[in-house]
Structure formats: C-alpha cells, structure tokens
Write a protein that binds this ligand. Structure first.
Ligand code: ADP
Ligand code: MG
Length: 436
C-alpha cells in the first residue's frame, strides 16, 4: 500500500530515533480517497502533526496524484480519559476580540514558576492585571524553549477571560509578511488600522524585524500610536534590546521604556516540577527515577524536556511497556547522550560573572583591574576544565585573547588552589555551580 511508501520515504528523511518514536508504530488505512492514521491520544496527535503532518500530506498527495487531507483517528477511549484530566478553561472567547491565534493551553495555571522565570512571570501577571498601566512595553527575552511564548499567551488568555479586551497577536515574522503583502496590494492603511484599534498588541519574536527597515519603520509608528493612548504592548525576543543588532535606535530606546525582563533556564527543582505538571496534564504516571534522569540531563530547554516526555508517552502507549529507567534510556538515547556535554562557554561566563557580581561583558574586555581580571581568569580556568576547547579557542571566546593569557590564567588559579584551602573550597563550590 502507499502507506508503506510514505513510511519508506520518511525513514530516509528523518533521524532513526524520531522515526522509531513517531512513525514506525503507526497504523494506517489507505485507499484512493486518502489516508487515515490511527493515533493513541491527542497529546501524540499534536506532536505528530506538528513534526510530520505537512510532510505526510505532501507525500500522500504526490503518491495519489491529487490533493488530500490526512484523517487522524484518535482512539476515543484514551482521548476521553485525557479530556477529563485536563483542567478545562471555562472561558468562552469571543472571536471578534482576538486577532491572531492565542493558544488556549498556555495559561498561568499551567505555568510552573521557579528560578529563572519568576521575574518574567511576575511581570506578566502584573501586565495581565493592569494592562497599559504597569509596565509598558513589557519586553521578555531569553533562550529558546524557556516559556516566553507560553507566558504571553497566558497574559492574553487571562485578559480574554475577564475583560472585554481587544488583542492582536502576531509573530514578528507574520507581522513582517503581512506588511509586505499590504505593500504589494496597496493596502498599507488597512494594515495600519488593524493595529490601532486594539487594546493590547503582542508580538512574539520581535527580533525578526531587526535588519528590516520598512518593517521597523511601520512598527515604530504602530508602537507610538498605541503607547500614546496607554495601550499595552508586549514583546518577546531571543535577545535583550541592547543585543539586537540592526535595530533602529529609536526602537531600541522604546523597548527599554517599560520593563525588560530576562528568562533563564530553570534549576533542577523547577525542571522536576515542570515534568510532573506536564505528566499530570497528559494523564501519565512518571516514575521518580525517570523524572530525575530527564530533569538532570535536559537542562537548557523546557521544550526539549516536554518533547522527551511526549516521546516516552508515545512509545509506552504504542508498545504497551511501562516507563522505567531502562526504557527511558533506550527511547531517549540520542537526547540524553547529547546533554552530557552541554556546558557552554557562555554559560560559564555568565555564571562566573554573576557570582562575582560583574557584567558579563567584562569577560571579553581587556580591563586589568583585579575585580575584573580575577573572575575572568577563573572563568578561563573553568572553561579549560569543563569543555574540550583548546587554549587558543578559549582565548578567542574571551574577547580575542592570546593563548598565553589563557595559559597564565589556568596556571595561576591552579597554583592558588594548591596554596589556599579556603580558595580551593570556594573553587569547588564555583565548579559545582557551573556543572549544575
Ligand atoms: P519560548 O517561546 O521561550 O521559546 P515556549 O513558551 O514555546 O518557549 O515554551 C516551550 C514549551 O515549554 C511550551 O510547551 C511551554 O508550555 C513549556 N514551558 C516552558 N516553561 C514552562 C513552565 N515554567 N511551566 C510549564 N511549561 C513550560
Ligand atoms: Mg517562542
């Protein structure tokens, strides 16, 4: 059947472990009208569709020689059980209040607060309570998969639940594309007006507009129009305003007018809490040891943590095996393996800088005062110890320093550790902190 051909094609295209997790266990029915795929639950369905839905549709169409949509058949028993385990939001959203897609699953209730995100969470709460009055704009930034999109959707969901708030929600990319389209169609006035009549404008991944002059110009005017009448603006980015290169100065300064809050990876305890919350939402039992394995190995990205859980669930549902340590190690071998070496120079620099209360930029500066130079030497030493980088590579990551400078630092810290027990102990603490 052509389902086998689709599977063959996918096997060539995607990594074996992903194929094993998502495609191999599927059963499907196919005829000339199209393809019906059986999936165990909604949780699995979401993941499957997001990763391979589009590709499977393309393959089906090309094999059948015509456009079709794939039908996903969710096992209703399982789906019903899941339905009841998910806290339903009682909110009925009036479509007309929302322009753009707001994900109903991303709520404050589903967001685990812990180290790394508590500041962003509190700021988002404040904005949801008093839009336009507390922090405007609210600018959240941080690495990928840490909960920024979740938080701004939570703000939107909260606002929609209690007020008659009109919200426009866009990604930076979509904002840009719509503008290009509007320019092409000669409908820039309409483009502008749609944003001027909202109470809250949310742009996810605003970094996308950097380097795009016309988009920035347009966004600048929208920003001003809304800001003047105290309408709330919420932005997320992967970088701080300062680090957004190719951003117009007038926008950069505006991004700093309200509150700029950064989100950091969660600590172990928070990762465990997130896992347990996600497992509960999915209606699955997660053994303590397995949770610990995942949380201690997947440290920098909540989305990956969640992905690991999805994969475990999928495998377990489809093979009927219980999720124990051996099973988890096997199913997630690629992920867990990767995470072992996931200590980065940036991480080390950031942590050492914050430990000594200096700015991370000093890690790359050439200042020689002891308050700066000493932490920098410690960071170089730690980089040598904890990564596989060579001395010249380390030098270049610290603002283009010569390898002899790095060598000097390593030797000096080594000698000092041998010299002083107090210092040696402190270094142990610092190194433990870095390995977290
Ligand atoms: P970002 O936009 O920062 O890249 P997302 O908001 O898309 O990250 O988060 C990635 C995934 O991790 C989402 O499924 C989100 O629900 C989840 N997530 C991130 N942080 C948390 C948290 N603190 N509590 C619960 N889920 C979280
Ligand atoms: Mg995001």
């Amino acid at each position: 059947s052509y389902w086998d051909k689709i599977k063959d094609a996918l096997m060539d295209e995607i990594p074996a472990s992903r194929f094993d997790a998502w495609i191999r266990p599927l059963t499907a029915h196919c005829d000339d009208n199209g393809l019906t795929i059986k999936v165990p639950n909604r949780f699995f369905l979401d993941g499957l569709k997001a990763s391979y839905g589009k590709r499977m549709t393309e393959l089906t169409a090309s094999l059948l020689g015509k456009e079709t949509t794939i039908i996903y058949d969710v096992d209703t028993n399982l789906a019903a059980a899941e339905e009841t385990s998910q806290p339903k939001s009682e909110v009925v959203k009036t479509e007309s209040n929302v322009d753009g897609y707001i994900d109903p699953r991303f709520t404050f209730e589903n967001f685990v607060v812990g180290s790394g995100n508590e500041f962003c969470h509190a700021a988002s709460r404040a904005v949801a309570d008093k839009p336009g009055e507390s922090y405007n704009p609210l600018y959240l930034y941080g690495g990928v998969g840490l909960g920024k999109t979740h938080l701004i959707n939570a703000v939107a969901n909260e606002l929609l639940s209690k007020n008659n708030t009109r919200i426009a929600y866009r990604t930076g990319e979509r904002f840009t594309n719509e503008l290009i389209q509007a320019i092409r169609n000669g409908s820039t006035d309409a483009f502008r007006n749609q944003y001027r009549k909202v109470d809250v404008l949310i742009i996810d991944d605003i970094q996308f507009i950097a380097g795009k002059d016309r988009t920035q110009e347009e966004f600048f005017h929208t920003f001003n129009a809304l800001y003047e009448v105290k309408k709330q603006i919420i932005l997320t980015s992967d970088r701080s305003p300062r680090d957004l290169t190719n951003l117009m100065e007038r926008l950069r300064s505006r991004f700093n007018w309200g509150l700029v809050a950064d989100i950091q990876p969660p600590d172990l305890e928070t990762r465990l809490a997130i896992l347990s919350s996600k497992a509960e939402l999915a209606g699955i039992q997660l053994d303590k040891d397995v949770a610990h394995l995942l949380a201690s190995r997947i440290t920098n990205n909540v989305r990956e943590l969640e992905g690991a859980l999805t994969r475990l669930t999928a495998h377990s549902t489809l093979t009927g095996r219980t999720i124990d340590i051996a099973f988890a190690r096997h199913v997630l071998r690629d992920l867990l393996h990767e995470e072992v070496r996931a200590i980065s120079v940036e991480d080390i620099q950031k942590k050492v800088a914050s430990y000594f209360n200096i700015n991370i930029r000093e890690m790359s500066s050439s200042k020689r005062s002891r308050t700066i130079a000493f932490p920098r030497q410690i960071a170089m030493y730690a980089t040598k110890e904890l990564t596989s980088l060579s001395l010249p590579e380390i030098g270049s990551r610290f603002g283009g320093k010569d390898h002899t400078t790095v060598l000097y630092a390593v030797r000096k810290i080594d000698a000092k550790r041998k010299d002083s027990d107090d210092f040696d102990e402190e270094m142990d603490r610092i190194m433990a902190l870095l390995k977290q």
